[in-house]
Design a protein around this ligand. Structure first.
Ligand SMILES: [Fe+2]
Length: 287
């Protein structure tokens, strides 16, 4: 286990006030003052405030925060999580739950539990936050100062596609000429690498099930990668700890993190909201 540094983040002030037209806050091609070396990657927060707070407390110092989508849905604090996400910066990609909650996507592809959570979340959100969700941009998103990197929710070919296996990853890896794509959606921390015409899955290794840990994946400049930081608020890879990642764009190293959080409080909020019990119990097993 690598030494774990509980240093509070130091993201630059990118200007947090939203303009009158929320869509103007999310240009498809972003340009900020460089350097953005250390990038904090958050995905699938899913209204879990306790998990988000633990990730932010554990994250090492960073220059930029990127949110890969599904900020809301499932958890008990949608307004609070949106408020916190807005303070972190302006690089966002919309997720399928973000779209469904604000009415940009119908619920026919959602299972009953996800559908109930979507309707509950819609009822909780302020009009301003619903409008903010509607204005989130579709991936892929690129930042001018980070050539060779892009951000998506599902796949670079389809924002709602799940890339679970190396087989799923082969088409986007071969057809999209971008060396590094960060994605979310599956709630599975890890990634895929293209070597020649072979797509291989990568899973970070950890030694405990309850301690804060990190795991480095040094990347090669002559490979293509799809990289998932994992889910902050509802992991599904059998590890209950909240997941996130850091990318060092100079050293070309991804560092994955898992951090414990106040699971009981997050579960109690779900139950108190009369959301399906399954949404609370699954958090304990990371499934
Ligand atoms: Fe999600």
């Amino acid at each position: 286990m690598k030494g774990f540094c509980f240093v509070h983040s130091s993201a630059p002030d990118l200007g947090h006030g939203l303009p009158a037209n929320p869509a103007a806050a999310f240009p498809s091609q972003k340009s900020y003052n460089p350097p953005f070396v250390r990038i904090l990657l958050l995905s699938d927060i899913h209204s879990n405030l306790e998990a988000l707070d633990s990730c932010l407390a554990a994250a090492p110092a960073h220059d930029l925060v990127v949110n890969l989508g599904d900020t809301v849905g499932y958890g008990g604090n949608p307004n609070e999580v949106i408020a916190k996400a807005q303070t972190l910066g302006r690089v966002f990609v919309r997720g399928n739950h973000d779209k469904a909650v604000c009415g940009l996507m119908n619920l026919e592809d959602f299972n009953p539990v996800a559908g109930l959570a979507t309707l509950w979340t819609r009822g909780q959100l302020t009009p301003k936050n619903l409008e903010w969700l509607r204005a989130l941009p579709q991936g892929p998103i690129q930042v001018d100062e980070l050539p060779g990197i892009q951000f998506v929710h599902g796949s670079p070919l389809d924002e709602d596609e799940y890339m679970v296996s190396a087989r799923d990853a082969i088409e986007p890896l071969i057809t999209i000429p971008v060396p590094v794509t960060f994605f979310g959606h599956t709630h599975l921390q890890g990634g895929f690498v293209l070597t020649g015409e072979i797509s291989e899955a990568y899973h970070p290794g950890y030694r405990t099930v309850g301690q804060p840990e990190s795991s480095d994946w040094p990347l090669r400049k002559d490979r293509r990668y799809l990289i998932n930081p994992g889910s902050v608020g509802q992991p599904r890879d059998g590890d209950w700890r909240a997941a996130f990642a850091m990318f060092d764009s100079e050293a070309w190293i991804v560092t994955y993190y898992r951090v414990p959080y106040n699971l009981r409080v997050a579960q109690e909020k779900i139950l108190a909201a009369n959301l399906p019990q399954r949404l609370a119990t699954r958090l304990a097993t990371g499934r």
